[in-house]
Design a protein around this ligand. Structure first.
Ligand code: PNS
Length: 166
């Protein structure tokens, strides 16, 4: 192997908003790969995101500011095309529960079929295995304190956008 070859991983997602589980996967991927590109999807199947694309990117940038080999960007359309465009070596995904595996397995195989790029799964830290962007948004909108589940930079934006009810 050419030792000068950079191993770039792409970590794609909606990040609406980024959670501590996402940040944990990014930190661990950054320790494994030379470069990690966090890629926020534009116009995913999921309509009406709570946070705009700019907000989502800004929140992630703030949360990964200390990680020198992590970049944040966005993409439209097929992940497989974007993977080729940025010369990523692998796609990184976190796995929380068995349901994640079922969905992610077929996605990984489709992405490999389309772009010949493999997906590497990192097991979610048990601390975050129940944490999802969807649940964070739901409990926050109903008045719960979500400081435990999102990075401080994300909490800050959530509170500035809409103060927690209570
Ligand atoms: O955080 P999410 O919503 O679980 O992330 C899903 C994401 C963005 C990784 C997935 O929807 C995606 O890759 N979308 C881009 C469109 C695409 O390539 N779809 C086919 C996947 S096989």
């Amino acid at each position: 192997m050419n030792h000068t070859t950079q191993r770039a991983a792409i970590y794609p997602g909606s990040f609406d908003p980024m959670t501590c589980g996402h940040l944990d996967v990014i930190e661990r991927a950054a320790a494994i790969f030379d470069r990690v590109v966090v890629a926020v999807v534009v116009n995913p199947q999921k309509r009406d995101p709570l946070f705009t694309l700019d907000e989502r990117e800004a929140m992630i940038r703030a949360a990964v500011a200390e990680l020198g080999n992590v970049e944040v960007t966005h993409f439209r359309g097929l992940l497989a095309d974007f993977v080729r465009k940025i010369d990523a070596t692998v796609i990184v995904k976190g796995l929380r529960v068995v349901a994640d595996f079922e969905a992610e397995m077929s996605t990984a195989l489709m992405n490999r079929s389309l772009s010949n790029v493999d997906t590497v799964f990192l097991p979610s830290d048990p601390r975050w295995s129940f944490v999802s962007s969807t649940l964070v948004k739901e409990v926050y909108s109903l008045g719960a304190d979500v400081a435990e589940y999102v990075p401080p930079a994300v909490l800050h934006v959530m509170q500035s956008k809409r103060p927690a009810p209570r």
